[in-house]
Design a protein. Structure first.
Length: 230
């Protein structure tokens, strides 16, 4: 069953505590926390102190998505803030393997995030150290953007690369993951869905209703896929 992870940068910033509690009760699988430094991406979002503050309101895994230059310089801040998983961008560091190994050595899950234009070859030599790969399906930095169409082909190739080489690695998709894009990304091997304004944070839906609706949609899709294969 695909995992649902709300992107908290899309929540009401004035009521993050309530949002975390409501989403936790509604049964989400993990929380996706976007961190931006204004350099790697032209925007600013959540910081370690806020993440530490939210940590007390749920036991669910915190997935910290570092969109910062030289993430190796800041890992300790997010490890101390209570992160369970940390993803760093392959485009943001000269020492990807060492940075991922450091995250693993601290007992966390290590992820590598990859921008839409970046080829899969750039992460081929860290497949043995990562627990998950975040395929950016939009250019990082902002919520509410449109899905980059060629990302479904990239997901397919990544899924093949992982299986051909005998690894078990989760594939996370991040950016415009909603009712029109979920069928294809699931079909192409994604199993961790970062859900923002395209699926969960919609003005017309309460958070618990949005999670229940999304969970039903995914369940029906996966059931149909299984039946189709049967
Ligand atoms: C963008 C972030 C995403 C974003 C998703 O850089 O990494 O997590 O918040 O928001 P939507 O679903 O609106 O694209
Ligand atoms: Zn993200």
């Amino acid at each position: 069953m695909a995992l649902i992870g709300p992107s908290l940068m899309c929540a009401d910033m004035g009521n993050l505590q309530e949002a975390v509690i409501e989403l936790d009760r509604a049964g989400v699988d993990f929380f996706h926390l976007d961190v931006m430094d204004g350099k790697f991406v032209p925007n600013f979002t959540l910081g370690p102190d806020l993440i530490k503050r939210l940590r007390g309101f749920t036991q669910k895994p915190f997935d910290v998505h570092l969109m910062v230059e030289k993430p190796e310089d800041f890992l300790h801040l997010f490890i101390e803030s209570g992160a369970d998983m940390i993803s760093v961008h392959t485009e943001a560091t000269n020492h990807l393997q060492r940075t991922l190994q450091t995250i693993k050595d601290k007992g966390l899950k290590a992820g590598v995030a990859i921008n839409p234009a970046t080829p899969l070859q750039n992460i081929e030599y860290v497949l043995d150290v990562v627990d998950y790969i975040t395929v950016m399906t939009v250019n990082p930095g902002f919520a509410g953007q449109r899905f980059v169409p060629l990302m479904n082909k990239k997901l397919q190739l990544l899924n093949e690369m992982i299986h051909e080489q005998g690894y078990t690695i989760d594939i996370q998709v991040d950016g415009n993951i909603g009712y029109s894009t979920i069928p294809d990304v699931l079909e192409n091997g994604a199993n961790m869905l970062v859900c923002g304004t395209s699926s969960l944070f919609k003005p017309e839906l309460k958070l618990d209703e949005a999670v229940a609706k999304l969970r039903r949609f995914i369940h029906e899709l996966e059931f149909t896929n299984v039946k189709g294969e049967g």
